[in-house]
Ligand binder design. Structure first.
Ligand code: AMP
Ligand code: MG
Length: 485
């Protein structure tokens, strides 16, 4: 297999060389054949051979497994050493077009970085990551992906005894803000420079030619994170653990823990059981992304300029620019949701008015936007059915149509814009929980399969997945999600 392991050729203090712990009785749960085909990844022929490979029992030729070291701010508190405590990077798979994919096993046993953890993953979180990362990909949002899930045939002990599993994750890379923080906090400037040059080479090679590649890197990563979080906001996604160790320089969404899509619109929504103070609430995600970028900037200071004040000024001006870049992305994405191809002030005002009405009325975020296209001309009944007080939203509809008209956007054009970015189906939290319960309690993966099929074409108008459009019934509502770590 064409593995080329540039990361494990970095100095030894970047990782621990390690063989994944063997599992007792690996069984293939699901393999992502579409992903494998798009990567040109040659899958073994039999299920049992795939189970051996994706459990880490059988190592592919050419791989060089390592557990990566990193640090990170967890809920605002700096932890000087985290690292892959339950994951092993097998290596980098390179396909015929030269595209490079990190192949990582998550839940593959203890490493030097496990601290008090067991290095294992229960089945539930593996299924959650598989489903939600796939949903994000299908929505068109940059994300790591899941290539396979296997059961280990072993028990994992949390509050109860649970079946164990391993997820195979595919990522552009696993370089995190926390990786920079690890070396910066130790004042290991040599490693910091090696890491930064490596990140540039791998993700932004065009910057090597620029006069100030390190400032340019900071700029690029800020832009990527701003664009990413704007996309999250546009589909109601809550990451749940936006720690700096869960923030990539590639701009991919990573580490699906207690993440979830929001049902009724409220910026203060939090699902994560460990987010007691709502640090990572839906509406705080942009500010947190900026905070994470400030942490990143802090790490790069020694590389930005030999004079600390000059370095600080350069970093500060880039971080100050984050909000504007975010807003550009956010309002562009959000104004498309109400049919505008650009984001003039008046469109933004209309958007904010609608969001306000939605928040007051606890309207379903996904359903409201999806139904809006049906109200673009004169039949607002379906759309209005999502609101209790109709007066305000009725007025809004009139103003909205007037503005579309003023901007010369014909109703069918507006509907086309909206239906192209307002998903009909998202991986709703109660559906994800139902899929997990069926699998964990009864070994039944049919619920997972049907959900995966439902989220495969999120923007399509399909009648056979109607039940996936609806928000949960009161009895189905899920209020808390868990990392399962
Ligand atoms: P996360 O919250 O999933 O981003 O993980 C934060 C840190 O905890 C990372 O360094 C993980 O490797 C580590 N970790 C999480 N779960 C476990 C576990 N079961 N065993 C060992 N380390 C873990
Ligand atoms: Mg993490």
């Amino acid at each position: 297999m064409p593995f080329d392991n540039t990361y494990s050729r970095l100095p030894e203090r970047f990782y621990e060389r390690i063989t994944p712990v063997r599992v007792k009785n690996p069984g293939l749960i699901r393999v992502n054949r579409e992903l494998a085909a798009s990567m040109e990844f040659p899958l073994p022929e039999t299920d049992s051979a795939m189970a051996e490979l994706f459990s880490g029992n059988e190592l592919p030729e050419g791989c060089d497994p390592v557990a990566l070291v990193y640090a990170g701010h967890q809920f605002g508190h700096f932890v000087p050493r985290l690292g892959d405590g339950r994951a092993v990077l097998l290596g980098e798979y390179v396909n015929s077009t030269g595209k490079r994919f990190d192949i990582q096993l998550k839940g593959s046993g203890r490493t030097r970085f496990s601290r008090n953890g067991d290095g294992l993953s229960p089945l539930g979180p593996v299924i959650r990551e598989y489903i939600i990362s796939e949903a994000m990909y299908r929505l068109g949002i940059p994300t790591t992906r899941a290539l396979a899930m296997v059961s280990t045939g072993e028990k994992v002990f949390r509050e109860e005894e649970l079946p164990g599993a391993v997820l195979t994750r595919v990522a552009a890379s696993h370089i995190r803000v926390g990786t920079f923080e690890y070396f910066a906090s130790r004042s290991d400037h040599e490693a910091l420079k090696i890491l930064t040059d490596y990140a540039i080479e791998r993700h932004y090679p065009e910057l090597t030619e620029t006069a100030e590649p390190y400032a340019a890197l900071l700029d690029k990563v800020c832009a990527a994170q701003a664009a990413l979080v704007a996309r999250w906001m546009s589909v109601g996604f809550i990451h749940g653990v936006m720690n700096t160790d869960n923030t990539t320089v590639s701009g991919e969404t990573i580490d699906y823990g207690p993440c979830a899509f929001m049902d009724s619109y409220d910026p203060s929504t939090v699902f994560s059981s460990i987010d007691t103070y709502g640090r990572y609430a839906f509406g705080r995600q942009p500010a947190i992304a900026q905070w994470n970028m400030a942490s990143f900037a802090g790490c790069l200071l020694p590389l930005l300029h030999e004079n600390e004040d000059t370095a600080r000024e350069a970093a500060q001006s880039i971080i100050d620019g984050f909000k504007d870049i975010f807003k550009q992305h956010y309002f562009a994405d959000m104004c498309r949701k109400i049919g505008f191809s650009s984001h003039e002030d008046i469109s933004i005002e209309l958007l904010n008015r609608l969001l306000e009405i939605m928040q007051q009325g606890k309207s379903d975020f996904t359903l409201t936007f999806r139904k809006l296209s049906s109200a673009v001309e004169n039949t607002p009944e379906t759309f209005l059915s999502g609101f209790s007080g109709k007066d305000e939203v009725g007025k809004w509809l009139i103003d909205w149509r007037k503005e579309l008209n003023r901007q010369g956007i014909a109703p069918d054009k507006a509907a086309q814009i909206m239906n192209g970015c307002n998903p009909a189906v998202i991986a709703r939290n109660h559906r994800v929980e139902q899929a997990i319960s069926a699998a964990v309690e009864h070994g039944d993966y049919s619920v997972t399969d049907r959900l995966l099929e439902a989220i495969r074409l999120p923007y399509a108008e399909r009648t056979d997945f109607d039940e996936y459009r609806n928000p949960p019934e009161p009895s189905e509502k899920v209020y808390r999600t868990f990392c399962g770590t």
